[in-house]
Structure formats: structure tokens, C-alpha cells
Design a protein around this ligand. Sequence first.
Ligand code: PNS
Length: 160
Amino acid sequence: MSIAIYPGSFDPITLGHLDVIRRAAACFEKVIVCVMVNAEKRSPMFTAEERVELIRASVAGMDNVEVESFNGLLAGYAESKGANVLVKGVRNATDFDQEYQMAAINRGICPQLETVLLPSSPAFQHFSSTMVREMIKYGQPMEKYVPAPVAEELKRKERA
Ligand code: PNS
């Protein structure tokens, strides 16, 4: 069975991430979206549990997609899941440089682990969780940037 892991911080998941998940789900028998907890460089907007729930709600109906969180080494996690592929979305040359390096690191740890890079769809080339958090700060409507369950949760938080 071809199992791919799509790892990231997803704080929060954007429409760009969702596009990568949909496309990966069409290529592999199973895709595990993994919220990497130790990847955080700052205090997150959503807890890891909230992010997992928001991604689960966003991928509802995609039968070969699972969502989990993990705190540790990605290559070890992939091995424990029997996954042979890491999927990453690439928006530009900066992403490519980083991902090229990370692919080499991950293959150094686990030689059979391939990284598959999906070029982002043009509509989402400028999307990032950082940009979304910035838009939230300035009260911009979220529907353009994030899946509906995330936009609803943001509205609920605003009302609370
Ligand atoms: O969404 P992000 O923050 O760009 O994702 C980065 C992530 C989580 C994919 C990366 O930081 C990662 O793989 N972290 C897990 C720790 C690890 O395995 N490091 C070695 C590979 S560089």
C-alpha cells in the first residue's frame, strides 16, 4: 500500500494546504496529514488538538485521508506508519531550497523515504499560515483563505 505523510504546522490549515491534500489523495492509497507539534517556533494560535480537529473537519468526505499529531522526528514517524513518501507543497524557490534540504536530511535518516514535491496551484501561491494569521489580526474575511470549518471557528472565537 502506498502511504504518504503530509507533515506541517497547519496553524491554521489554509486552502493551499487543502489543495495539496486533495491532490496527494488522488496519487496515494492513503494520506496521513500530520500536525508536527515540535515544529513550533512560537506560541501557536491553535493547539495541536484544535488543529487536528479543524483539519479533520476540512477533509471530511476524503475517505483515504487520516489526520494525526506527532511530537518527534518526522522520518521515525513515517517509518512507524509504514509510509514510503513524504508530500510537501512548494510555492516558490525559497520553499524548494528548504524542501530539497529537508528531503536530503530525511533520506539520510531513512533511505527508503522519498519526498514528493507538489508545486502549489497558482491561486494559492501566496498563501501561508503566517499570512492568514496576519489577515485575522486585521479582521479580514477568512473565507478566501481557509476551509469553512476554520473560518467558522475563527468567527466563534471572535464572538466568545
Ligand atoms: O509547516 P511547516 O512549519 O513548514 O512544517 C515544517 C515541518 C514540520 C515539516 C518540519 O519542521 C519537520 O519535519 N519537523 C519535524 C522534526 C524533524 O523531523 N526534523 C528533521 C527534518 S528537517
